[in-house]
Design a protein around this ligand. Sequence first.
Ligand code: TYD
Ligand code: MG
Length: 458
Amino acid sequence: MATMKTKTVWFCKSCGNESTKWMGRCPACGEWNTMVEETVATGRKQGPAVAVSVPGSGHKPMPLKEIDSSVENRISLNNGEVDRILGGGLVEGSLVLIGGEPGIGKSTLSLQIPLHCPHLKTLYVTGEESAKQVKLRAARIGGDDSNCMIYSETLMENIIAEARTMMPDLMVVDSVQTMFSQNVESSPGSVTQIKETAAMLLRFAKETGVPVILIGHITKEGSIAGPKILEHIVDVVLQFEGDNRGTYRLLRSIKNRFGSTSELAVFEMTGKGLREVTNPSEMLIPMHEEGLSGVAVSAMLDGTRPFLIEVQSLVSSAAYGTPQRSATGFDVRRLNMLLAVLEKRAGFKLSVKDVFLNMAGGLKVSDPACDLAVVSAVLSSNFDFAIPSDICFAGEVGLSGEIRPVAQTDRRILEAARLGFKKIYVSSFSSLEGLETQGIDVVKVADVPALCRTLFKG
Ligand code: TYD
Ligand code: MG
């Protein structure tokens, strides 16, 4: 038998870019210090590390008009929130990646799905936990385990062979970092192994039509090659976010070949697995006493769903020469911009103050409509003047201090009214013709000074 030749290459842990030598900064994605050394086989046996998205062999080019375009078959997972963010159920033959930090609930969710779908014959491959541990977890979650096969294995060749004989309705692989293939020299969790594992699962899914849910860890430091590398291989990427010490978990779709992205599902971690939270506003506006300063509620939109979220801010005199600016769940650069607008356009001396900002529920917010609530929370803390808890905000703040209208202001207003808010501040440029405001008082403000005048007139 001919011995296989190997060579050493360098991979970027962040984007998977390959290089023949070490570099401090990845030329493809610009990240620093992410290149790792790996041994790969050269010569005949080396297959493409990246998936080839050809479903099966023997296919010939065909005219577009002859291709069957009937709607994909969707499988309902008996979980309203997961079905919704997948775009109406799991598509046959799709490869879905669930990413997130350790302990956030990836294994719980992916075991809960088969237990709540006893009509689906499921192959649950576990490389992280023993079969016994999975059993204990299943006992906690409850449900019907009669059609769920647990397979404790990490060698991909065995897993694919087993799956081909069993032909399940659903396959779960926990996790991509523990799986390895004999075709690749490097150790499990390395960039080449992760790519090969995903490529093998993708080929299997496309050839057989079995949907595969693949779990991948992301660590804060990115010390293991993570799901970032896989994003372009898989069909759907769902990412868990939120604080894994709290009870709420957010699952966001960041890529979906069969539906819209930026959809968000909210779950609560209970003693019996993850519970769907159908009205997220309830958890994002925590109940507390009236009269706390530094708190403002934003009527935001995440994906297609409007909900209300509490923004908290603390403004205090800077203890050191350079004031601190820190934001959780909000872009610090955007916070700095808003503070500069307050300083320059409304005359507040915030450059000598420390400013801390926090979004409730561990949510990461990117909707510009939150600007108005952020500005209001900062001013409220700065003046130590509490904003009544039945007021909310929806507006973007521009560089000259003007308040700009935001998308779907009408839906935000209606959601705020539904939740019992009495007053909402929006841009005076919003067109709200013919809107039935359902009893909520819509206050239109043109710029930041006007906001201060109406909000803090007391
Ligand atoms: P897990 O799903 O194993 O996270 P991951 O696979 O993303 O690493 O663990 C989730 C956490 O939730 C773990 O700390 C235990 C806890 N948990 C519950 O609170 N209730 C439950 O019913 C289960 C199964 C787990
Ligand atoms: Mg796990």
